[in-house]
Design a protein around this ligand. Structure first.
Ligand SMILES: [Zn+2]
Length: 87
């Protein structure tokens, strides 16, 4: 088990306009893409964009963590958020 906290963010390029919550532009730890991170986001050890989420999960699985989805559905994303304690 790990207590690494991963924050999943939308890429700036994927959203037509800035999200409603006060956000800053951060960088995906995996691909370097610009992502929106809400100022109200919980502290995270790593910021991952939606595109890198599946790869990140594969890596986590290799480290002994259980969840992996190729293309997560909304329901699975919810599960992932719960798993990673993402609010
Ligand atoms: Zn990325």
């Amino acid at each position: 088990m790990t207590d690494k906290r991963v924050l999943i963010c939308y890429r700036v390029a994927d959203l037509a306009e800035a999200p409603p919550a006060s956000s800053i532009v951060a960088q995906c730890a995996a691909c370097g893409a610009a992502v929106w991170m809400a100022l109200s986001s919980p502290d995270a050890d790593e910021i991952i964009c939606m595109h890198c989420l599946p790869q990140s999960l594969s890596r986590d699985k290799a480290e002994g963590r259980p969840l992996e989805f190729e293309k997560p559905t909304d329901e699975q994303l919810k599960e992932l958020r719960d798993y990673y304690n993402i609010k």
